[in-house]
Design a protein around this ligand. Structure first.
Ligand SMILES: *[C@@H]1O[C@H](CO)[C@@H](O)[C@H](O)[C@H]1NC(C)=O
Ligand SMILES: *[C@@H]1O[C@H](CO)[C@@H](O)[C@H](O)[C@H]1NC(C)=O
Ligand SMILES: *[C@@H]1O[C@H](CO)[C@@H](O)[C@H](O)[C@H]1NC(C)=O
Ligand SMILES: [Zn+2]
Length: 442
């Protein structure tokens, strides 16, 4: 009997070691293949001002075919494709989940980079992969697909809800020919989206970041009029004087907002930012400006960002009454670069408490993958997520990059290969949890 037991034990050990040996090797090969697909995608030149989306979209369609996903290309504006991939769920009557990334990137200045920005240079010392778009946001574009590849082909997982992956053009220039057009289409309405995931940002700590809102950008232009006069004359209400009064008030407001941040009472993205971007006045001369004339017009431009927690009407009233009042011979123009309230007039943000049934599911998906989450944040800038939140669709911004310097739009943007692979595991958990989530009926 003892020998028989021994024999069994030895067979078991052989099986165990050989299978784990093979699977480790296979795993390494799969990981290398995933990294190579990421690098291949990073080499497509989709930087503004002239992104060419043809080749990357063909690449993604090929990937989708190799995984067995359905694909559909929509073109609302010529040369600006929107690619929709579909993994049908077993219960297509439930609202689907949609994972989004944008195809484009901001430009790069090659001479300021240590490696060419579209070469996807992979350092053998550090494992860092350098490319424009490595963090923003080509990482998630490929991680979604790799996670689905593993779930579908290796783990034989079957989603209950339908899972879609979306690739949109032109996010970096406002998404007007991309996501904005897509959400107005019948193809989008037919999807019945229940939950939306979009890009987030790198975290320098070991905790991932999640974003529940974007700030809404406004461009404010204020103009002052006044009587022109000789440069030597002192008089009240010149155009320059009227504009300077405004600038003083705006500066005081900006300081008050910034003081809250400096005192540690709010994050940068939780206050209203007002930053001067241009000043325009004076009468040009061949060598500069006419110096003995006070101009009859003066103008200034500001970039304003509003968190969803503020009342935009109060800011508008402040502009009309204090920053550019008609009583000071001033006019103004506010260019709202996107919505700030949803279709029901609610603040454009996704709840991160139990009122939002997707929140605990998402949180659980992260922790069950061994990850940690920082306190949910408002994104200081803007993404295409706003178009979904405007429709009242719960949306989180999330890119699983921990222990990574924040290099979006910066020189030498990179992502470490281990961080990239870890992100695939995290998305496997996220896709598994979200697509299996069946809301309890009340
Ligand atoms: C975009 O790239 C494709 C090949 O990838 C090429 O055939 C096409 O001419 C390019 N379009 C433009 C406008 O350069
Ligand atoms: C506004 O313009 C009018 C007409 O030019 C001028 O009489 C008045 O003083 C100006 N008021 C202020 C506050 O600038
Ligand atoms: C969730 O947060 C919202 C907004 O802050 C609040 O109105 C709501 O009562 C909260 N719900 C729960 C269950 O805490
Ligand atoms: Zn981005």
């Amino acid at each position: 009997m003892a020998t028989f037991h021994h024999l069994l034990l030895i067979i078991a050990l052989i099986l165990l070691s050989s299978s784990s040996y093979i699977s480790t090797k296979e795993l390494e090969e799969e990981e290398e293949a995933a990294i190579n697909r990421f690098k291949e995608y990073l080499r497509f030149k989709t930087a503004h001002p002239d992104p060419n989306y043809t080749a990357p979209v063909s690449f993604l369609i090929n990937q989708a075919e190799s995984i067995g996903l359905q694909s559909k290309t929509l073109e609302f504006v010529p040369g600006k494709p929107v690619l929709l991939l579909t993994w049908p769920g077993s219960n297509p009557s439930l609202p689907c989940i949609l994972f989004n990334s944008h195809l484009d990137s901001v430009p790069a200045e090659p001479d300021k980079w240590s490696h060419p920005p579209f070469s996807a240079f992979h350092s053998s010392d550090t494992g860092n992969i350098f490319a424009r778009g490595a963090q923003d946001d080509k990482c998630i574009s490929i991680q979604y697909l790799e996670a689905i590849r593993n779930l579908k082909l290796v783990k034989n997982f079957e989603p209950i809800r339908t899972v879609h992956v979306l690739y949109v053009p032109d996010e970096e220039i406002g998404g007007f020919d991309g996501m904005a057009k897509f959400v107005e289409s019948s193809e989008f309405r037919e999807l019945n989206v229940g939950f939306f995931m979009d890009e987030g940002q790198a975290s320098t700590s070991d905790e991932f970041r999640v974003f529940y809102a974007d700030r809404s950008p406004w461009h404010l232009i204020i103009k002052a009029d006044g009587a022109p006069a000789h440069g030597s004359r002192m008089f009240d209400n010149s155009a320059s004087e009227n504009l300077m009064k405004s600038i003083e008030m705006i500066t005081r407001f900006r300081d008050a907002q910034f003081d809250v941040v400096k005192a540690g009472k709010a994050a940068n993205s939780e206050v209203i930012s007002v930053n001067p971007v241009y000043l325009k006045s004076g009468i040009p001369s061949p060598t500069g400006f006419v110096m003995n004339m006070q101009p009859s017009e003066a103008e200034a431009g500001f970039d304003i960002r509003l968190p969803p927690t503020v009342d935009p009407d109060l800011v508008k009233r402040r502009i009309a009454e204090e920053w550019a009042p008609a009583t000071r011979n001033m006019t103004y123009q506010i260019i709202e670069k996107g919505p700030i309230r949803d279709y029901q007039g609610r603040p454009l943000m996704t709840l991160t408490n139990d009122s939002n049934p997707w929140w605990p599911v998402f949180k659980y998906a992260i922790t069950s993958a061994g990850g940690k989450l920082q306190k949910p944040e408002i994104l200081a800038s803007t993404t295409d997520a706003r178009y979904m939140r405007q429709l009242g669709i719960p949306t989180f911004g999330f890119s699983p990059m921990s222990d990574t310097p924040i290099l979006l739009h910066d020189h030498n943007e990179f992502l470490n290969d281990r961080v990239f692979l870890r992100g695939i595991e995290v998305y496997e958990s996220v896709i598994r949890s979200l697509s299996s989530f069946v809301e309890p009926s009340h």
